[in-house]
Write a protein that binds this ligand. Structure first.
Ligand code: COA
Length: 316
């Protein structure tokens, strides 16, 4: 499997830390020092579906394929206005693909998990070309009266088209059941029978616990995948890590003992766009010709669950 096209899309509205400080008890200094975030793009007059379609269309167009050549559509999303049907069904018609698809929710690690599924489908002969779309609107499940979580996130979508090749080398997935570290409970309808009613509540987070687990588990995932492929950390050209917090990236970097220039970031501009963060970063790096044939690339992400994942590519 190799990447043959990428695309990304961000909402038109840019919101700075100073903008947030007009209604939250926070400051640009606090947010940028603690997270590295300066601005984020938030949905205002467009929908998540628009972003997903734009990113997907760009990726298909970059791949040189026509939409009807796509054999499978994998969509990663944590939550959107529709509980059913899935986001893959909603966007299928607008991007002109005719193939089946499915939605996955592995929180911010959705992209790396989707890569594993795509690779397995290709190896099984089930698909030649797979389109992955990661589309996320975390701004819609934060509590905007609370400064703890709302400052962290941004909305966005990233997409990749995958085709035959030998670039994808290995993947390692981790799941540790720990709901309380990060969760969003949705409202469910009242039944005449149930005793306990869940009303739903916005995103809840134990920031410090999540920070620590993210650094240690992500570093372990990366080390595992490198070990299995007999590749040393210094052989890797770029580490494309989930853009959740610059200090988390720094923590993983210091465990791996690698120089800063191998860890590109765009969290300054976009905040944490959940599973869309790595495909958006990849799209930007390819557009800037930063990735060359033969480069060894690690991707690694973590999120609510607790889940984490890492994979290794040798770019083709
Ligand atoms: N602005 C100003 N002050 C804030 C604030 C904000 N937005 N949010 C919290 N604070 C305050 C706290 O109330 C606390 O005040 P106190 O010392 O008077 O109690 C103080 O700042 C320190 O908070 P603390 O929680 O210790 O900060 P931290 O250094 O742990 O940073 C996070 C907080 C959320 C940035 C950090 O824990 C983190 O990034 N965790 C991981 C989050 C994440 O990545 N989530 C998504 C995963 S996919």
């Amino acid at each position: 499997m190799k990447v043959i096209g990428t695309g990304s899309a961000l909402p038109s509205l840019t919101v700075s830390n100073d903008d947030l400080a007009t209604f939250l008890d926070t400051s640009d200094a606090w947010i940028s020092t603690r997270t590295g975030i300066k601005t984020r793009h938030l949905l205002s007059n467009e929908t998540l579906y628009d972003l997903a379609v734009e990113a997907a269309n760009k990726a298909i167009s970059a791949s040189g394929l026509t939409p009807d050549q796509i054999d499978f559509l994998l969509v990663s999303n944590v939550a959107n206005e529709h509980i059913t049907p899935g986001l893959s069904c909603i966007i299928q018609k607008r991007i002109g693909v005719t193939c089946p698809g499915l939605d996955i929710n592995v929180a911010c690690a959705g992209f790396v998990n989707a890569l594993m599924l795509a690779d397995d489908m290709m190896k099984a002969g089930r698909a030649k070309y797979v389109l992955i779309v990661c589309a996320e609107e975390p701004s819609k499940y934060c509590n905007w009266q609370e400064r703890d979580t709302s400052i962290l996130f941004g909305d966005g979508a990233g997409a990749v088209v995958l085709g035959p090749g030998n670039a994808f080398k290995n993947v390692h997935l981790t799941m540790i059941s720990d709901r309380d570290v990060l969760y969003y409970e949705r409202h469910m309808e009242k039944t005449p029978f149930e005793q306990k009613q869940v009303e739903g509540q916005p995103l809840m987070m134990k920031g410090k616990d999540l920070f620590r687990t993210a650094v240690s588990e992500s570093a372990k995932d990366v080390q595992k995948v490198l070990e299995e492929e007999k590749v040393s950390a210094s052989d890797v050209d770029y580490y494309l890590l989930h853009q959740a917090n610059k200090r988390i990236i720094e923590g993983i970097r210091s465990i791996l003992g690698q120089p800063e220039e191998k860890f590109p970031t765009n969290i300054e501009k976009y905040g944490n766009t959940s599973s869309a963060s790595i495909p958006i970063l990849l799209d930007e790096m390819l557009a800037e010709n930063k990735i060359k044939k033969g480069d060894k690339i690690v991707m690694s992400a973590f999120g609510a669950g607790f889940v984490s994942a890492a994979c290794l590519w040798e770019w083709e």
